[in-house]
Design a protein around this ligand. Structure first.
Ligand SMILES: Nc1ncnc2c1ncn2[C@@H]1O[C@H](COP(=O)(O)OP(=O)(O)OP(=O)(O)O)[C@@H](O)[C@H]1O
Length: 267
């Protein structure tokens, strides 16, 4: 619930370890709300969210889950190093351990040449890397990122995705939201969302095979149209049943059109 409105409904999915899972859907469909639920800053009013065997937001997960929010979360008037030292200290790191972590994350996000630059003087892509570096200080096993590439040009987005890929190759699980469908090509699995519901939870290949579409954008549109058609049929059936008393006695026919979910256990 956000602002008294139910935002997410009937969602079931899992995120396999070591995978890059993309959460894709149009603005306002509930991507941020979903990620907030996984991180534990959004309390679901029904159902439950388990993260690495514990309830989302559990104290034991704090150092195991990294969260890069959509809004800037670093200080523009500090340098890259000053920001990282500040956040490392806030996490309780001290002395050489703090310095080691700071140097490690600066390298991981390829910001060594900008380490002494004020964040306010960095480009959009570099700015995003600083937020990412902060989230990496704890070496999280699960990294949740809310539209980390929004507003960046294709070249910079590509470079950032190379960093994400490297992290995944080293064993980090990444849950990344985006409303840019071409980023789907870089994910191992996709969660396609529309108006608070999941249209699909599958690998890109399975999604394309199931929908017989050439790319994810086309597949998404296909699923949106199928879902809209199913909703219209359900609405029509409800209207017919209200108008015709004899139909009220008959059980509702199941709808053949369903959202597409993988059946490989990774729902
Ligand atoms: N603080 C809030 N109070 C009330 N409603 C909210 C709040 N934040 C979001 N919402 C509503 O919840 C719904 C889902 O929002 P959410 O931010 O999860 O979508 P999103 O897919 O991440 O959008 P975007 O891609 O634009 O970031 C929207 O209809 C939005 O208006």
């Amino acid at each position: 619930m956000r602002g008294g409105n139910a935002v997410l409904r009937n969602l079931t999915f899992s995120v396999p370890r070591g995978c890059i899972v993309g959460v894709l859907g149009p603005s306002g469909c509930g991507k941020t709300t979903l990620l907030r639920s996984v991180v534990g800053v959004q309390q679901p009013t029904g159902g439950h969210v388990q993260v690495m065997g514990r309830p989302a937001g559990a104290a034991q997960l704090r150092t195991r889950v990294g969260y890069v929010t959509q809004a800037p979360s670093v200080y523009a008037d500090l340098t890259v190093l000053e920001n990282l030292r500040y956040f490392a200290a806030a996490l309780g790191m001290k002395g050489w351990r703090r310095e080691d972590s700071v140097v490690r994350v600066v390298r991981e996000v390829d910001l060594a040449s900008y380490a002494d630059n004020l964040v306010s003087r960095l480009s959009g892509g570099q700015y995003s890397r600083v937020s990412l570096a902060v989230a990496l200080l704890n070496r999280p096993e699960l990294l949740v990122m809310d539209e980390p590439t929004v507003g960046l040009d294709p070249m910079v987005r590509r470079e950032l995705w190379l960093v994400f890929q490297r992290l995944a190759d080293e064993g980090t699980t990444l849950l990344v939201s985006s409303h840019v469908m071409d980023e789907a090509d870089r994910c191992d699995r996709l969660l396609l969302m529309r108006t608070g519901q999941l249209l699909a939870s599958a690998s890109r290949e399975d999604l394309l095979r199931h929908t017989a579409c050439a790319d994810v954008e086309e597949a998404f549109m296909h699923l949106v149209e199928s879902a809209a058609a199913a909703e219209n049929r359900a609405r029509q059936r409800a209207a017919d049943r209200a108008l015709l008393p004899q139909l009220r006695e008959q059980p509702a026919a199941p709808d053949a059109e369903r959202s597409f979910f993988a059946t490989d256990g990774a729902r």
